[in-house]
Write a protein that binds this ligand. Structure first.
Ligand code: OXD
Ligand code: MN
Length: 624
């Protein structure tokens, strides 16, 4: 039913009856929610309103509708059952960090690494953008839970969007539907997440395949941490639009976590079981493009060791009744980078995305299946690339966008851990930090203490690699891989990490390690094979947790003794191993200077404990 045809206009929408069963359309009695939806309907003026029930039928109907409208392509049912391809507008292909804001009341609370604007001014401006922005479109209300429903750690969000793509992706990435409204009840609190692609349709106007605001200056991804709200305008892509993920489960959650004494982290969660049957849970944070999803689902090459996946991107971590830290993956699916996903790099992801998956910005083959670079299968003779143009292997363009994505249900991963939906979470034995560091940083390094580990996490980052290694790479520091995702001052975030040691028995805290799979020699050759062979390092980490792994105390931390890694069946030369496991004193002195410079970003907010760690490292290196 068209809103405009209803006497009284916007607010009256809530009296619309379902045509068939004559039930009230509003499936909740939560007054705040009803009032909020009412307010947004008046502001955005959609042609109708749809409350998502999260059913399979609803998902299928929306996908079919998107195929009819030309937004989605249904893939060959025999090759990729239940899969669709969606190609975005060329201006809308990734998260837009420079258009992402933390609008805290006080500017200093956003800190030097976030964009800030006054919340009232930002709201006034965005109201202008949202006014009438959904004309000619349906407004979808998506009730979703981050974390297993009913878990004490779960948070309920309500996303309002005018994008069918967002609805179906949210259905994969989060727990959606009536069950969430039931859990919310009459008075429950929720995080309002408002999203519009910003492309109203005039009467009779034909829709485009990917509606959005093409001008990057008019895209806004805005967080209001003091009230816990998200407003996103102009983009339909990934973390800009699926507001449960980076916006809620990281930026808003970090600020809640700080207030409530827990941690929201950009971390994968995996379990590793030894041949003796002992199970260890590990959380790991790496900046983008370090193979986080590959590690999360890795197939160990070491006989007898089993790895299972609990999550590939986000961990919510709390102190359990026994004083240990417990991690929960708040998500329900994977939103992974496609190019490079192959049987060699990630066989379990390849199986996960065989069915019921939405592909965004990959190439379409004539047989109705998809293709991407480094898929591990030969390129087709011709295809339609992600921009919709004819593509041949010699055309000089990539067939898939480098940030093309799969959205797939986590439950489809062949190595999903049986406890991945455990509402209490799983007890963490070790934290891993890392980055792409062709030089200086050893393969594995264990922190001396919690504070030293926080120091390690705060110095994480990746170096861009050059063909000519005489040129220094450009290092982008990304503390805890959280630079784009921390919803408050990064200096306060570092203090929050330090404070965890005083919130519980520090002996119960996970051990902290820094790993580097990306070390190269002076000729540019990789020193470590990576992928499944990383299980050898994980084994040593488990042994360190047990107190059995052999390590040597150095200026920078505990490094594996040369014979401590299980290298059976692996061809690594003694020289390469020496390079991987020794302290490059001169390199570390340069590293120190760079860390000092980076730390100056945080001014007075840099915790004393980290200044002490920096001084300690300096002193130890001088003795070398
Ligand atoms: C992601 C990211 O997409 O970290 O997960 O950029
Ligand atoms: Mn991520």
């Amino acid at each position: 039913m068209k809103l405009g045809s209803i006497p009284g206009g916007g607010a009256i929408w809530n009296t619309i009856k379902k045509e068939k069963d004559n039930m009230a359309v509003i499936p909740t009695n939560n007054k705040k929610l009803i009032a909020w939806v009412d307010e947004i309907v008046k502001l955005c003026r959609p042609k109708d309103v749809h409350w998502c029930d999260g059913s399979k039928k609803e998902y299928d109907d929306l996908c079919s509708q998107a195929v009819r409208n030309g937004n989605f392509v249904k893939l060959n049912e025999k090759k990729r059952p239940g899969c669709f391809l969606v190609c975005s507008h060329a201006s809308d292909v990734a998260r837009v960090e420079d258009r992402t804001y933390i609008c805290s009341r006080k500017q200093e609370d956003a800190g030097p690494t976030n964009n800030w604007a006054d919340p009232d001014e930002m709201k006034a401006k965005l109201r202008g953008y949202f006014k009438g922005s959904m004309e000619g479109r349906t407004l979808y209300v998506i009730p979703f839970s981050m974390g297993p429903l009913g878990s004490p750690v779960a948070k309920i969000g309500i996303e309002i969007t005018d994008s069918v793509y967002v609805v179906v992706n949210m259905c994969i990435m989060t727990r959606v539907g009536q069950k969430v409204l039931d859990a919310l009840g009459e008075n429950g609190a929720f995080i309002p997440c408002l999203h519009s692609v910003g492309a109203p349709l005039k009467p009779g106007e034909k829709d485009v395949p990917w509606p959005c605001v093409p001008d990057p200056k008019n895209k806004y991804i805005v967080h209001f941490p003091d009230e816990g709200a998200i407003w996103s305008f102009g983009s339909g892509y990934g973390g800009n639009a699926l507001l449960g993920k980076k916006c809620l489960a990281l930026r808003i959650a970090t600020s809640l976590a700080k207030k409530e004494g827990w941690m929201a982290e950009h971390m994968l969660i995996l379990s590793l079981t030894s041949p003796e049957g002992k199970k260890y849970y590990i959380c790991a944070a790496f900046p983008s493009a370090c193979g986080k999803t590959n590690l999360a689902m890795m197939q160990p090459t070491l006989p007898g060791w089993t790895l299972k996946c609990l999550g590939d991107d986000i961990a919510w971590i709390r102190i359990g009744d026994d004083g240990r830290l417990y991690a929960v993956n708040p998500e329900y699916g994977f939103f992974g980078v496609v190019p490079g996903t192959s049987d060699e790099s990630n066989p379990n992801a390849v199986k996960t995305i065989q069915s019921n998956t939405i592909f965004t910005n990959v190439a379409l083959k004539p047989d109705g299946d998809v293709w991407w670079e480094d898929m591990g299968v030969p390129a087709p003779d011709k295809a339609i690339d992600w921009t919709g143009r004819e593509w041949t292997p010699d055309c000089g363009r990539k067939a898939a966008h480098p940030n093309s994505r799969f959205t797939a249900p986590a439950g489809q991963c062949p190595v999903i851990d049986p406890d991945w939906e455990n509402p209490k979470g799983v007890p963490i034995s070790a934290f891993l930090f890392g980055g792409r560091r062709p030089s200086t940083i050893p393969l594995a390094n264990e922190a001396f203490s919690w504070e030293h580990g926080v120091f390690m996490g705060s110095t994480g980052g990746s170096e861009t690699t050059f063909a000519n290694l005489s040129q220094a790479g450009v290092l982008r520091r990304d503390p805890f891989a959280m630079l784009p995702f921390c919803g408050y001052h990064m200096g306060d975030y570092l203090s929050h990490w330090i404070s965890m040691a005083s919130r519980t028995d520090r002996n119960k805290l996970p051990k902290i390690f820094f790993v580097n799979w990306f070390r190269k020699d002076t000729t540019g050759k990789w020193l470590w094979p990576g992928y499944g062979e990383n299980s050898r390092v994980l084994k040593w980490i488990c042994e360190r947790v047990e107190g059995t792994g052999k390590a040597v105390k150095t200026a920078i931390g505990y490094l594996p003794e040369k014979d401590a890694l299980d290298l059976k069946g692996l061809d690594v030369s003694r020289t390469d191993l020496d390079n991987l496991l020794s302290v490059d004193v001169e390199g570390w002195k340069r590293e120190l200077a760079d860390i000092e410079q980076f730390y100056s970003t945080f001014g007075d907010k840099l915790p004393d404990a980290l200044k002490k760690e920096l001084e300690g490292l300096k002193g130890r290196l001088e003795q070398n």
